[in-house]
Design a protein around this ligand. Structure first.
Ligand code: SF4
Length: 357
């Protein structure tokens, strides 16, 4: 099955193009005060290494806005300034050289103020994200939330278009999965601006990742979405790993290695959970090239009943017996490997033929 993407305009965020036929980009946010420049730079570089492609930074005051200039000089990834309440901070962030501004229509809506921001965006040739949240629409009662989000977005879009500005990205994040899906589906039919997908305030990392996967999965399968963020109450890199998983599961991006493993059962005689965790740790922190690597399927299976079948279908696979496993490559058994060596051997096999840095 191939996903037919919705036709959206192309918008440039720094060196990155989103929308149109461009790959769906992964976003996240730094989670420390933007004026703490060294900390922010560390987080932004970590995010970039994990596969993030756009980073948003909260701009709460003039110190944050000024810090953007220093941060911008030291990172390559496009930076978005997240602005609430005070439109002047958007002007200061533009002055600092950010690549995009996010305004919240719930708290910056006066025509004269928005006009001033749009003039700044035009002069700097950078885009605007109209970023709505269910918590910031005028009537926050959940009844009719999708329509409230869509109507609020459309009103704001028309106001910005009235200033002859069209470099727009839109997001409509609700904390409810069904509201989020419904709102994006409605708006997707009413404009051709690129859509940034996300669910807001999702809860713990586990439930947050699952709720977001359900919502974003439904939208992405319908071809809707040009950038995504998985908002988690966790380290920012975890958001990137979750986003990568969603896009990889739908065949929309390829980070190089797709690790599959069985759930284990009474037939498994090795500590498969430990092996898979170790492999994930070795592969996760940006060890794998993200963009152009060809897909590599690696299977780690707990026994010889179903294991060899799955392992054979993978590029590299192992099916375990009592204390050793049978290594497969491209469907053919290669050799027996000791349980204690299997992580190293699998990593070496991946590095030998494929995509590890
Ligand atoms: S592959 Fe073997 S150990 Fe793993 S779940 Fe299937 S039967 Fe159980």
């Amino acid at each position: 099955m191939r996903i037919k993407r919705r036709k959206s305009r192309v918008v440039k965020i720094g060196s990155l193009s989103i929308g149109g036929a461009n790959p769906i980009a992964i976003q996240s946010m730094a989670k420390c005060k933007t004026s703490e420049v060294a900390k922010v730079i560390r987080q932004v570089r970590g995010l970039e290494k994990a596969g993030c492609e756009i980073v948003r930074l909260a701009v709460k005051d003039s110190q944050d806005a000024a810090a953007l200039k220093k941060i911008k000089r030291q990172v390559k990834i496009p930076l978005v300034a997240d602005i609430h309440f005070d439109y002047r901070l958007a002007l200061e962030a533009i002055e600092s050289g950010v690549d995009k501004i996010r305004l919240n229509p719930g708290n910056i809506y006066k025509k004269e103020e928005v006009k001033k921001v749009v003039s700044g965006l035009k002069a700097a040739k950078i885009p605007l994200r109209i970023g709505l949240n269910s918590g910031s629409v005028k009537d926050v009662s959940s009844k009719g939330m999708p329509d409230k989000l869509v109507n609020s977005a459309l009103g704001y879009i028309r106001m910005v278009e009235g200033f002859k500005f069209y470099d727009i990205v839109v997001s409509l994040k609700a904390s409810d999965v069904l509201d989020t899906v419904s709102a994006y589906k409605k708006l997707a039919k009413l404009c051709d601006y690129p859509l940034h997908l996300g669910v807001t305030a999702t809860g713990s990392p586990f439930s947050g990742a699952l709720k977001t996967s359900v919502a974003l999965g439904a939208l992405l399968l319908d071809g809707i979405g040009d950038t995504i963020r998985v908002s988690l109450t966790d380290e920012p890199v975890q958001e990137v790993y979750a986003a990568r998983c969603i896009l990889e599961a739908l065949g929309l991006r390829n980070s190089g290695v797709s690790l599959i493993s069985c759930p284990t059962c009474g037939r498994c005689e090795v500590d498969l959970v430990k092996i898979v965790r170790e492999l994930e740790e070795k592969l996760e922190p940006g060890a794998v090239r993200f963009s152009s690597a060809r897909p590599l399927k690696v299977a780690v299976m707990g026994c010889v009943v179903n294991g060899p079948g799955e392992a054979k279908e993978a590029d590299i696979g192992v099916a375990f017996g009592k204390s050793e496993g049978l290594l497969f490559k491209k469907g053919k058994p290669v050799k027996k490997i000791a349980y204690s060596d299997c992580v190293d051997i699998l990593l070496k096999e991946m590095a030998k033929e494929y995509v590890l840095d």
